[in-house]
Ligand binder design. Structure first.
Ligand code: ATP
Ligand code: MG
Length: 418
């Protein structure tokens, strides 16, 4: 992409009413825009990152048998009333339709997916199934001061699984857990994201959160370094020791919940009468699980963790572009240098290398360098009078201070191998 064509710009000052670091950094670098507390637009650079996060999640959900769907955002009151959540789910945004019919905007989708599956699940042969969606959720969050880590509207991947019995739910739950570890590893949060025991429901003693260590996080977790698990402080009261190994030494950390998985058993299948016929011809209730991840919260979390004083340092797999190509030049050599940089840009694109090309003539070197640091692509390549004198370009990784000259002829090959 040509940077001159990007309609958004980096900006000097983040809005004064924006308290959170992630939103400040993302607004300054031109990734997002704030409309109101907890409500943000994703701009071209920001949407690329969000889409890449979603892509990683989608790949791992598909790999364990997930089938992607898209459910409505407007959910009639009667669906919520069936489970009692019209009254009890305090974050619901409620509204009235033209015929005085009441709706709530989707804050979670058990009340849609369960009656939906009732139309397709009849026999044990139809099970298990694992539909999921990636969609904007709406929650009237009391505190929306954490930038895109806590939005009033935010992206969520929510998968729901349907099983013939508890044993099959237990089996798939472990499969989903492993898929979540893979996802956080690929998103650049491996090693600092802990499977965390949190309060469960009436159906299981615990639910499992995936908590990423992060100073800006709103949760406190106690980590057992022995088995690399954690316990959420909210349930530690009756949890004096690690639920896995019995170790009593915990390490306390601030953390953010990036994912949450739940065994729902018959909590929703019962009110919606979701049953199937087993191989003996008996009617049975379907056992359910649910599995959430917030791609927009993940994006905010990555920014909180992966940055330095000059800007964001994106992990490879979710960077908006792999390469940021900067063209620098004296006035007199502009035409020639631009020709060389254009050729390089073209060659990189032909090789499928994602590149943001700063070919703006009116911007000086200092500004281009500081914008590149702010935006945070993993590799910066500079073509200038100095580098071209050696038939080279300068290559520098965003997460390292060292740079090196690489012959232009070898550059693309080197990049495709890195
Ligand atoms: P929290 O305790 O932080 O309010 P939650 O437990 O209510 O979150 P879930 O219902 O488990 O959230 O949602 C699944 C996932 O969706 C969370 O793990 C998180 O990644 C994301 N998420 C939840 N609420 C928000 C929000 N307000 N903004 C951004 N992401 C969110
Ligand atoms: Mg949760």
């Amino acid at each position: 992409m040509l940077q001159s064509k990007l309609f958004t710009k980096t900006i000097k000052e983040a809005p004064k009413d924006e308290m959170s670091f992630n939103a400040q950094a993302l607004i300054r670098a031109g990734f997002i825009d704030k409309l109101a507390a907890g409500i943000y637009s994703f701009l071209p650079l920001g949407l690329r990152v969000l889409d890449k996060i979603s892509r990683v999640i989608r790949e791992e959900m598909d790999a364990i048998g997930g089938e992607e769907i898209l459910m409505p955002v407007l959910i009639p009151k009667e669906n919520w009333a069936k489970t009692g959540r019209w009254e009890t789910l305090d974050v619901l945004f409620k509204l009235k339709g033209e015929d005085e019919k009441e709706y709530a905007l989707g804050a979670t989708h058990e009340e849609v997916i369960t009656p939906l599956c009732r139309k397709f699940l009849f026999s044990y042969r139809d099970l298990p199934i694992m539909p999921y969606q990636i969609q904007i959720k709406f929650r009237n969050e009391l505190r929306a001061k954490a930038g895109i880590m806590r939005g009033r509207e935010f992206l969520m991947k929510d998968m729901y699984s349907f099983h013939a019995d508890q044993a099959d739910l237990d089996r798939f739950y472990e499969v989903a857990k492993q898929a979540y570890f893979k996802i956080f590893e690929r998103l650049g949060l491996g090693g600092i994201t802990y499977l965390t025991y949190a309060s469960g429901s009436s159906f299981s003693k615990y639910s499992h959160e995936f908590q990423t260590i992060c100073a800006a996080g709103e949760d406190t977790i106690f980590i057992c370094d022995n088995c690399r698990m954690a316990v959420n402080k909210e349930i530690i009261k009756d949890q004096e020791q690690c639920p896995i190994c019995g170790n009593k030494k915990f390490r306390e950390e601030k953390a953010v919940e990036v994912g949450n998985i739940f065994k729902l058993a018959n909590k929703y299948s019962q009110p919606f009468g979701l049953e199937y016929v087993n191989d003996k011809g008996e009617k049975k209730e379907v056992a359910m699980g649910c599995y959430g991840i917030g791609p927009s919260r993940v994006m905010g979390t990555v920014v909180e963790i992966c940055h330095d004083e000059r800007g964001i340092v994106w992990p490879k797999e979710i960077a908006p572009f792999k390469v940021h190509l900067l063209l620098l030049s004296n006035k007199s050599s502009w035409e020639n240098n631009k020709k060389e940089a254009d050729k390089l840009y073209q060659k990189m694109r032909e090789q499928g290398i994602e590149v943001l090309y700063d070919e703006r003539e009116e911007k000086g070197a200092g500004e281009k360098f500081s914008e590149a640091d702010l935006i945070g692509c993993p590799i910066r390549i500079v073509v200038s009078d100095k580098t071209l004198a050696e038939g080279s370009a300068e290559v520098k990784k965003r997460n390292s201070a060292d740079s090196k000259l690489v012959k232009i002829d070898n550059l693309v090959k080197e990049l495709t191998q890195s």
